[in-house]
Design a protein around this ligand. Structure first.
Ligand code: BEZ
Ligand code: FE
Length: 642
């Protein structure tokens, strides 16, 4: 059960193109006949047109409305109005002219007909913000609400793009904050979401098609809906901050909205997840965690301001702004803390792109780089490159990376590359020791849960090992505990896979691969075998032992510098290929081996820990073995080829 209250504010709305011509009808409809025309200096021409349409109904004109409705300007306009005996104001312009009309109406009871030229939205609210002695005060009264609003798309189409952007974001802020207001009701919610859809769509198209009628119509329609939301519910953090910054630091109203909205959204996102999800859907943003960033991008791409510093605010004023913003408590989804607001304002002052919900931050340079990638024809490459750039930049920003650290990193990677040769793959080892190889391996293997788990390839695999017959001894005379390997290869239903190609490789008793022993002539402890008709494979080897990764390169230096050991748990490698089957690269680890719980490359998986069972006495193939030997039995299950 959802309980709610809804108050509809009774403003008459006339929406369309060329509707300015209906202004005289609308004044007469109100029963008024003595009009004071209010226009801002930049809309003098529109004021003149209105005067022409109104003809003899006009008794006075005032073109000096100012930002934030200073009470001194209102006093002057009031004098003009009273002097002329006006009973109605017709105001054409943005928030400043509308504010002045409201200030006159609340003092004198005159009727108002407003023709908005921007997307302010204040024309449909009963709220008036005024400034006196550098402080902004806000009040609400039915007398403040304009009687009639004439929306003329042609009028707003003349608005320069930078003003269109900031005032559309101002409107967007009304809709956003309405959604998480404690007073929100189903009608307001519906209006707000439609407003966000229209404003988002309009803002996206605005830079390329600034004068397209559809674009301007979307923006004006959205602004009306958003203003209607503003009239119905209380606003939160965003508006509080904008009023503080605008009223006390003399910053321009709409541009402040454009800068602050992404950061206010980021501040509240975790406390209003449902709202953020709905905004994401309305704005067509795929990742709800990136809604604040997407709003920032929308402003930036449309050419709007993104930093308070850009608007002329001094860094030294931030402290006082924080004081003012937390002075009086008000409802807001996320609790208002001094530290939180200070961080928000700092981010807004610097113009940073808000971090995503999972903490990825990008700077303006990041956005520029991402833009250069936008033409990548392969969508997968585009996605991977974009994310890589975002995360690399975020790494640098979040850690305040110094030039020296960056140089050290480049040097490290250079040496890693230089260390690579036909028999040494330092880059693979870097990936292995950072766990990346195992992460990729888990991703690949988790897609085939019925098949045997895989494990990393490692740097010691050699292409094209010698083909060896069943029953072979691969030790090349190397000592160690004899191991009889007797394994099966099946499909995921347990049916034998005959003639599977199985490459095996392992280290010697001292922990070295043949590749690491230059005095050796030819491959040892490695080979290629094939399963028989029953999918079975048998050969002799030795029990593998733990061994350290080579420590003489940059990866070794990294392990030392981070206080890590270099040991791999004992293991034997397998690479199995069979027609129609997915290739399996894996390792088997003897139960009880050292480093099983701290393997240097994070390759150990429980299913791969196997009993290399101790045996004595006769061997399966009659081979003479003095003393203990071991037996490895295991079934590899291969998934079907994708
Ligand atoms: C290996 O098992 O051969 C290995 C794997 C990763 C890094 C170093 C060695
Ligand atoms: Fe190995």
């Amino acid at each position: 059960m959802t309980s709610f209250q809804h108050t509809a504010h009774p403003t008459r709305v006339v929406f369309g193109t060329g509707t300015l011509d209906r202004v005289a009808d609308e004044v007469e409809r109100l029963g008024r006949g003595r009009v004071l025309v209010l226009a801002s200096a930049d809309l003098a021409a529109a004021g003149d047109r209105i005067e022409k349409v109104l003809g003899p109904l006009v008794v006075a004109r005032f073109d000096d409305a100012a930002m934030h409705t200073p009470v001194e300007v209102t006093a002057r306009a009031l004098e003009v109005m009273r002097g002329a005996g006006a009973d109605c104001v017709v105001a054409v312009g943005g928030g400043s002219t509308t504010g002045l009309a409201k200030a006159l109406a609340v003092r004198s009871g005159v009727d108002q007909v407003i023709l908005p030229s921007t997307y302010a939205g204040s024309e449909v609210t009963p709220i008036l913000g005024e400034t006196a002695d550098g402080r902004k005060t806000t009040r609400s009264s039915p007398d403040i609400l304009p009687e009639t609003v004439i929306y003329d798309v042609d009028l707003s189409a003349g608005m320069p793009v930078p003003i269109a952007v900031t005032s559309a974001v101002n409107a967007l802020a009304h809709a956003v904050e309405a959604l998480y207001s404690p007073d929100v009701d189903p009608i307001v919610e519906w209006l707000a979401l439609d407003a966000i859809t229209r404003l988002g769509r309009g803002l996206r198209r605005l830079p390329a098609e600034p004068h397209a009628q559809e674009v301007r119509e979307d923006l004006l329609h959205g602004a009306w809906l958003a203003g209607t939301c503003l009239s119905a519910v209380g606003m939160g953090l965003h508006h509080k901050l904008c009023h503080t910054l605008g009223g006390s630091f003399d910053l321009p109203h709409a541009p402040v909205h454009a800068v602050v909205l992404p950061h206010a959204l980021a501040y509240n996102a975790a406390a209003a997840p449902d709202v953020v999800r709905r905004i994401a859907a309305a704005l067509d943003v795929i990742d709800p965690g990136d809604v604040p960033g997407a709003v920032h991008d929308l402003v930036l791409r449309a050419g709007g301001p993104v930093a308070l510093s850009e608007l002329g605010m001094a860094a030294g004023d931030l402290e006082r702004a924080v004081d003012l913003a937390v002075e009086h408590p008000y409802p807001n989804p996320a609790p208002l803390t001094r530290a939180g607001i200070a961080a928000l304002l700092r981010e807004a002052w610097e113009g940073n792109r808000p971090a995503t919900a999972d903490g990825v931050r990008t700077t303006r340079i990041t956005r520029t780089v991402l833009d250069t990638l936008s033409g990548t024809p392969d969508p997968r490459l585009h996605a991977l490159m974009s994310d890589l750039v975002k995360r690399l930049h975020a790494f640098a920003v979040d850690n305040d990376l110094t030039q020296a650290e960056w140089e050290q990193g480049i040097d490290f990677l250079t040496r890693t590359g230089q260390m690579c040769s036909d028999v040494r793959q330092e880059f693979v080892m870097l990936s292995d020791t950072l766990g990346l190889s195992s992460v990729v391996d888990v991703l690949a293997n988790s897609r085939t849960p019925d098949s045997t788990a895989s494990a990393v390839l490692g740097p010691f695999y050699l292409e094209g090992p010698p083909e060896l017959p069943q029953g072979v001894d691969i030790t090349g005379g190397f000592g160690g505990t004899p191991l009889h390997v007797d394994v099966h290869v099946t499909d995921t239903d347990g049916r034998p896979v005959a003639d599977a190609v199985v490459d095996v490789w392992q280290s010697d008793e001292d922990g070295f691969y043949d590749l690491q022993l230059p005095e050796l002539d030819g491959p040892v402890l490695r080979g290629r075998l094939r399963t028989d008709a029953d999918g079975r494979l048998r050969f002799w080897s030795i029990v593998p032992s733990e061994y350290p990764l080579p420590m003489d390169g940059p990866v070794g230096a990294m392990l030392t510098a981070t206080g890590r050991h270099a040991y791999r748990a004992p293991h034997m490698h397998f690479m199995i290929d069979a027609p129609g089957r997915r290739q399996l690269i894996t390792q088997l680890f003897p139960v009880g081996g050292r480093y099983l719980d701290s393997d240097a490359v994070f390759a150990v998986k429980p299913d791969l820990i196997v009993d290399f069972a101790a045996r004595s006495g006769p061997t399966p193939d009659g081979r003479e073995v003095a003393g203990e030997w071991r037996e490895l039995t295991f079934t590899f299950r291969l998934g079907a080829d994708a």
